[in-house]
Design a protein around this ligand. Structure first.
Ligand code: SF4
Length: 709
């Protein structure tokens, strides 16, 4: 590698917006610099703090550079790749022989490219289990479930570009694009608002999204600061307000009767659900004035094109599927689907979480969301793969973790960190310690890798090529500058080697394009894509045949449900599993920061990002601070029924009285030591967004340099 090498065009490794960036190799391996990509299709050269700092981790001193095996004393020692592969294959074969294939779990990764996730889920199925999942379980499993069953596809119905151009009203609920999807927010949504669109934000926390839309003195920004876990009653107020107005003023068109009649089913169920619904009592429960919610309902119903944006504030609840279903109800009764500038749009977190689901790294679906228990679909994939696929859905990743040491004896983890990312993290760590065998392939030592028997050093995002799929279904190519550390391997190299050693066939791919060529054979919505056709612009799925341009918005003519109709279904309020009581009188809710990312594996090692926020903190409302005697900046102990963390209190009106707000990014004081593992019963997503908590003050002084826990 030398400095006269051309920069390569690739995609930012952090969030799902899919910004294009360039990586300029330097004189030495690892000497890589960020460069803007001026005409990148999504971001047109703009970049947020994370994208600009992304190259900082490529040659970080903490990189894993050689395979590690745990020795008889429980310590890690360096090993050869040959030793590591032999050990892995022996253990995989032993576990299958002793306990059957469902005793293994496989964790795919949304940080990893489509080709690699495709290989991992194929490996799991060839091994004989559907126990394969990815971190969408923790972020948008409920959204995917609701969108797939009620509309057809578990993805954004529209694209950022058509929303910027055509959307008149942005309804942003439980999402914080100002911080989590900064370029989507600044370049698309805020731009539309500057040009006249309205924004309704529904969120318990006042955040950068709130501030980004406080423009001039217009009344085109409304923030409904509801109590955590009251999204269903709030949306039911909106729905009932629209129904009531339509009953009195049918000519105002708040409801789209023609759309409901021709393109939906279930409207009567919604009306029956809301018949006795008490708006005043519900507003009280939400902690938002009824008139404010009614005003927001009027704005949504009277906009020409209204689009809903939904985030983890909606999905990460035990009623996550119902939360998103109620957003779908709102869009369907007002006819805000199937055209530009409308829709129900989940803003996906990690840069390839959409693609990881698309390629079948989930326990109930094969590539292209074909159900594993649909005989015809399964057989069509079997025809290409040449082996039988188990026909029962497998365990989700949270279920796998909870079965660790019981029915699950072994775990294959690619680029995930469940000890940090799953709720009730202390008990996850305990159970992973009970496994008979765990392999982790990653770029850094993680809290999860500490429990592994073998650790495989992988390459970073900047070193290899492949494809990723962004939040609006755009499949884009990533290109690499080559390996920084000689003895590391690309994830796909590891998986092809393990696959060939186990099965002798089906995994002998030389490069990512060969893998993509097989993927497109079994994934109908990617069938029309090739590396050449993806080019630099990428393509939105569905793209069924070569030459298809891909759809910027879905469902123009019909929904992709069995009946072809959009499914309306009234939902009733389910309070969070834990509500405040005498012992734990506060509601704890969690969210991410702009300058950090998920479990912090990369972002806390990035000097630029870590300088902004080097440790965790908790937002406490001034009234609560006064009641507890907390000074701004003081360290407090925050605890729930599952654990405790020590962190700095920020006294601020950003949070509501009675609600404490913190983040999951920092290992020493991760919110996930406190969060509740109760699951949505259909989507199996945990309820990260609401738990009962208590604060202790007057604790031991904290040594900042030594960490806080
Ligand atoms: Fe990367 Fe997302 Fe920032 Fe774009 S908005 S630069 S994809 S983190």
């Amino acid at each position: 590698m030398s400095s006269d090498q051309e920069p390569v065009k690739t995609i930012c490794p952090y969030c799902g917006v899919g910004c294009g960036i360039q990586v300029q190799p330097g004189d030495e391996p690892g000497d890589v610099q960020f460069m803007p990509w001026g005409d990148a299709p999504v971001n047109e050269g703009r970049i947020c703090i994370k994208g600009g700092a992304a190259t900082e981790v490529v040659d970080h001193e903490d990189r894993l550079t050689d395979p590690l095996l745990r020795d008889d004393n429980g310590e890690f020692r360096e090993a050869t790749w040959e030793e590591a592969y032999e050990y892995i294959v022996d253990e995989l074969e032993r576990i299958r022989e002793d306990y059957g294939p469902d005793a293994m779990g496989f964790f795919a990764s949304s940080k990893v490219m489509n080709e690699e996730n495709y290989l991992l889920q194929k490996l799991a199925r060839r091994y004989g289990t559907n126990n394969v999942d990815n971190c969408t379980r923790m972020c948008h499993a409920s959204t995917v479930w609701a969108l797939r069953t009620s509309l057809g596809a578990g993805a954004m119905t529209n694209s950022m570009r058509d929303l910027r151009e055509e959307c008149d009203l942005f309804w942003i609920q439980g999402a914080n694009p100002g911080e989590q999807h900064p370029i989507a927010n600044s370049q698309y949504f805020r731009q539309a608002v500057l040009e006249g669109a309205t924004v309704i934000q529904v969120d318990p926390h006042a955040n950068k999204t709130t501030r980004s839309f406080q423009i001039d003195d217009t009344d085109r920004h409304q923030h409904l600061q509801l109590n955590p876990g009251t999204d269903i009653p709030l949306l039911n107020i909106v729905l009932k307000t629209i129904l009531e107005h339509h009953a009195d003023h049918p000519d105002d068109g708040w409801i789209d009767e023609e759309f409901i009649a021709e393109r939906t089913e279930g409207f009567d169920h919604l009306k029956a659900t809301l018949a006795d619904f008490d708006k005043e009592a519900a507003a009280e429960e939400c902690g938002v004035p009824l008139e404010a919610i009614e005003l927001a309902a009027e704005k949504y119903a009277t906009a020409d094109n209204a689009a809903i944006f939904t985030g983890m504030g909606m999905s990460q609840h035990a009623c996550g599927v119902d939360n998103v279903q109620n957003e779908i109800n709102l869009a369907l009764i007002t006819g805000n689907l199937g055209r530009a500038g409308t829709g129900v749009n989940p803003l996906r977190g990690q840069n390839n979480v959409q693609g990881t689901c698309d390629v079948g790294a989930m326990p109930n679906v094969l590539p292209g969301y074909q159900l594993v228990d649909d005989d015809e679909a399964r057989e069509s994939v079997e025809d290409v793969w040449g082996f039988e696929i188990p026909d029962e859905p497998g365990l989700t990743n949270v279920e796998i973790s909870y079965e660790a040491g019981d029915s699950v004896k072994g775990l294959y983890v690619m680029g995930e960190n469940p000890v940090m990312s799953e709720p009730d993290a202390n008990s996850v760590a305990d159970r992973l310690g009970d496994l008979e065998f765990m392999v982790v392939q990653d770029i850094f030592m993680t809290e999860t890798a500490e429990f592994a028997d073998v650790i495989l050093p992988a390459t970073t995002w900047a070193e290899r090529g492949g494809t990723v799929t962004n939040t609006d279904r755009r499949v884009q190519r990533m290109r690499g500058v080559g390996k920084v550390h000689e003895n590391t391997k690309h994830d796909r190299e590891i998986l092809t080697e393990v696959g060939m050693r186990l099965f002798d066939e089906g995994f002998d791919f030389d490069d990512p394009e060969e893998i993509f060529e097989e993927l497109r054979q079994v994934c109908p919505s990617y069938h029309g894509m090739t590396y050449d056709l993806l080019g630099e612009e990428g393509l939105h799925w569905p793209c069924y045949e070569p030459g298809d341009e891909g759809d910027p918005f879905l469902y123009e003519d019909e929904f992709e449900t069995e009946s072809g109709l959009g499914h309306i279904e009234g939902v009733e309020h389910t309070p969070p599993a834990e509500t405040p009581d005498d012992e734990y009188p506060l509601i704890l809710t969690t969210a991410r920061l702009e300058e950090h990312y998920n479990t912090g594996t990369m972002s806390t090692r990035s000097p630029t990002l870590n300088r902004q926020t080097p440790e965790n903190f908790v937002d406490v409302h001034p009234e609560d601070a006064e009641r507890y005697g907390i000074e701004d900046g003081e360290y407090v102990r925050l605890r729930s029924r599952r654990g405790e963390i020590t962190l700095e209190a920020h006294v601020t009106e950003a949070t509501k009285e009675g609600v404490v707000w913190t983040t999951p990014h920092f290992a020493a004081a991760s919110a996930n030591k406190l969060t509740n593992h109760v699951l949505d019963e259909r989507a199996k997503i945990p309820e990260y967004k609401a738990a009962a908590a208590e604060i202790d003050v007057d604790i031991e002084p904290v040594d900042r340099a030594a960490g806080d826990d």
